[in-house]
Structure formats: C-alpha cells, structure tokens
Write a protein that binds this ligand. Structure first.
Ligand SMILES: [Zn+2]
Length: 188
C-alpha cells in the first residue's frame, strides 16, 4: 500500500491483508484475491463490455490492468490506454480483458488498494456488467468522455481527476489510484 507500487516496469499487489475504508458506507473491507469468471458481451450502447460470469463478492479481486507502459508523449493513439501515473500509461491493443471494461459514475469495481487492480465494491451478480470510474485513473488535462452510464449519480461528462470538484474527489479518493490520492494538496 505504498507509492513504490506505481513505478515503470512493475505492477505490484498490496496483498489480501490490506485494509481500506469503502467509499459509501465506511465499512472496513479486506480485499481478497480471487480469479472470477469474466465474460465479454455486447452492450446496447457502449460496444463490448466485461461481465461477471459468476457471483463476485464484495472486496474480491476482479482483474489486474495489463499493458505496456508509455509516457504521455510516446502513447500510440490507436491503443486502449489507462493512465496510472503523472506521466505513465498502461496501454494495449484491445486484446486484454481489462481493455473492455466500461466507465460508470456509479461503478461496481474500483482501485481500493490504490494499485491498478480492480476489486468489487459490492456483491456483483452473474451477468452484471463490470464498471469502474475512469476519473479515478485519468488526470490528463482536457480529457473528456461523454457518459452513457445512466446511473442516478451520472456526471454526464467524465472529467480528469484534477477537474472534478473537491467533493467528487473526496468521494472517489478511496477507489482512486495512489498517484491521484497523493496529489490532493497540489490540486485545487
Ligand atoms: Zn455516468
């Protein structure tokens, strides 16, 4: 659970003993390592998505983000990319399951340990789509995504972390990547 976990060339996992405060109800959650069955399916509006192929219990690992590492300047535009550091992106050609996970403003998965690994934020039923909040990873100035999540909390346009309100950042901090949690005092 320390910042050394985000550095070029390595992804590490804090381990099942890491304890975190869950965002909505302040219950303490102990992340568990598991290998749930996941399925690719078509969604009505968002193209392909990743779905639970079995029940995934709250606090259980869903998937690690995979890819090659690039700086912002070197990032090939055709790749599926997720920002994981101030100038560090994980990107792949779309062949990795984590490339298919759609955004939601009310996600059922999040980076509860601060590393680029998604854990279930609540019990997820078989057939439910897996989603995470892209603002908990991306901090690229000017980045925008029109949101189709339809949740009651939908922000309509998904913004980079630095452009969220202080209230939104506080709400999302427990499921954001380490580098964003630590940027607290530098941003507005
Ligand atoms: Zn939304």
């Amino acid at each position: 659970m320390s910042e050394h976990c985000i550095r070029p060339g390595e992804l590490c996992y804090a381990g099942p003993m890491a304890r975190i405060e869950y965002i909505d109800d302040n219950r303490t959650m102990t992340p568990h390592v598991s290998k749930p069955r996941l399925e690719i399916r078509e969604t009505p509006q968002k193209g392909r998505g990743l779905f639970a192929g079995q029940r995934i219990r709250r606090g259980h690992l869903i998937i690690e983000m995979h890819g090659n590492r690039y700086s912002s300047a070197d990032l090939p535009p055709e790749l599926f990319a997720t920002q994981i550091g101030p100038d560090l992106w994980l990107a792949s050609d779309g062949s990795s399951l984590d490339d298919l996970i759609n955004h939601s403003c009310e996600p059922n998965a999040g980076f509860v340990t601060g590393e680029a690994i998604l854990f279930a934020l609540r019990d997820i039923e078989p057939g439910e789509e897996i989603t995470w909040d892209y603002s908990t990873s991306i901090d690229e100035p000017g980045w925008r995504l029109k949101c189709l999540c339809r949740s009651s909390r939908c922000r309509q346009v998904v913004l980079p972390w630095r452009e969220l309100s202080a209230e939104e950042r506080n709400r999302l901090r427990p499921i954001a990547l380490h580098y964003l949690r630590q940027a607290r005092s530098k941003s507005r």
